[in-house]
Design a protein around this ligand. Structure first.
Ligand code: AMP
Ligand code: ZN
Length: 135
């Protein structure tokens, strides 16, 4: 546990939360400022600041839990779609620096917009990016 990390305290039960799933490694809680009804957060009980720090086995488990929760929540809440969102670094919108995966049920007309403005890239630019990543 990291001192002064609120998600460490929530994940380990020191601060109460609306928990909708828990096992040895993870807790899933309802977000206090939900984007939509049922917005939840998958968080490991151990402190990892972001995806870069999260061990691969826990990354795989987080996605498995996300799938199971998406299926359960979609039935329970009758949502019509679902977003998984995971922010890393302030520039990417991360505000709490303890890894978490957002589960966001989506409803027709819910007024949220978790999309981005599509940009433009030439085939040459895409080739350059591909080569940069592959090298
Ligand atoms: P992010 O911007 O990806 O770091 O997301 C942080 C999320 O944590 C936001 O959606 C907040 O509403 C949520 N949040 C912050 N503090 C709490 C808390 N004490 N309990 C539940 N959710 C929280
Ligand atoms: Zn933490």
């Amino acid at each position: 546990m990291k001192d002064n990390c609120i998600f460490c305290k929530i994940a380990n039960g020191e601060i109460p939360s609306k928990t909708i799933f828990e096992n040895d490694n993870f807790r899933v809680i309802l977000d206090l400022g939900p984007a939509t009804k049922g917005h939840a957060l998958v968080m490991p009980k151990e402190h990892y600041a972001n995806l870069y720090e999260l061990p691969e086995d826990l990354a795989m488990e987080a996605m498995k839990i996300a799938k199971q929760m998406a299926e359960k929540m979609t039935k329970a809440l009758s949502c019509q779609g679902f977003n998984l969102v995971q922010n890393n670094g302030e520039v990417a919108g991360q505000t709490v620096h303890h890894f978490h995966l957002h589960l966001i049920p989506r409803y027709e007309g819910d007024g949220q917009n978790i999309l981005w403005e599509p940009g433009k890239a030439s085939p040459e630019e895409l080739e350059e990016v591909k080569n940069c990543i592959l090298q």
